[in-house]
Write a protein that binds this ligand. Structure first.
Ligand code: IPE
Ligand code: IPE
Ligand code: MG
Length: 239
């Protein structure tokens, strides 16, 4: 049987609903984040199995620093613990990890873990897992504007020559294809400062399920939803 189904090359997920998941169970919010790690594993496995080449997960926004210190600390600790624990498995699965976000405000330990997971998995060829961590799309664009302005000031680039490719190259997502499919769990229908430039023509999907309940089956269902979408890019397409 040769069924051809459109597969998104790049899937980006706003992993939302951990706090509500915990609340529903009378647990602390951080327990929701811990439960969410299993969904990260499931998404990585399912993405690799489906032939997705890039998987971006929004793990921590710049705005998330404003949460109670105990929760921020728990998320940072969970990040370190998960990176330590999953490294071998990721290598075995051929997953390369890239961390996208400003490398500021992190503790020494978190910085070490970021560098470690990126170097240990650097040879992975099956799937690239991009972890958006201390990420803000607006900040990313401001930094890009600054970098381009500096190139203009130094005479290396002319302002009138700046095009979309130059701008894309100045973003943190340099070299990463635009997401084809953006999923946000928990029923919230907003982007919360995630990949605003890159998602220009992405298909958006807002399943109700909370992130800790988003397993491989939900990922499969999302892929089916994507396959039903018709992408037009502003053109008239023949029926
Ligand atoms: C998403 O879950 C995880 C992060 C933002 C780190 P939330 O913690 O936002 O969960 P809700 O939205 O409060 O349920
Ligand atoms: C977006 O979720 C950030 C991450 C999933 C990491 P939030 O829960 O922080 O976003 P808002 O506050 O609902 O917009
Ligand atoms: Mg949330």
């Amino acid at each position: 049987m040769s069924e051809t189904r459109a597969i998104p090359r790049h899937v980006a997920i706003i992993m939302d609903g951990n706090g509500r998941w915990a609340k529903q169970r009378n647990k602390e919010r951080y327990e929701g984040h811990i439960a969410g790690v299993e969904s990260v594993r499931a998404a990585v496995r399912a993405a690799a199995r489906c032939g997705v080449e890039w998987l971006t997960l929004y793990a921590f926004s710049t705005e998330n620093w404003g949460r109670p210190t105990a929760e921020v600390d728990a998320i940072m600790e969970l990040f370190c613990r998960t990176v330590m624990g999953e490294a071998e498995d990721l290598v075995r699965q051929g997953v390369r990890v890239k961390v996208m976000g400003e490398r500021t405000r992190f503790s020494e330990e978190v910085l070490r873990m970021i560098e470690r997971i990126e170097s240990v998995t650097a040879e992975g060829r099956r799937l690239t897992l991009v972890l958006a961590f201390n990420y803000s799309a607006r900040r990313e664009m401001v930094l890009a504007a600054r970098a381009l302005a500096e190139r203009v000031a130094s005479g290396e680039l002319r302002a009138e020559d700046i095009d979309e490719a130059d701008f894309a190259d100045a973003l943190m997502s340099r070299g990463i294809p635009d997401p084809d499919f953006v999923i946000r769990t928990s029923g919230e229908c907003r982007l919360s400062n995630f990949l605003l430039w890159q998602s220009s023509y992405a298909e958006l999907y807002f399943p109700e399920v909370l992130w800790p309940d988003f397993g491989e089956e939900e990922f499969e269902r999302a892929m089916e939803e994507y396959a039903r979408r018709e992408r037009r890019y502003g053109l008239v397409t023949e029926e």
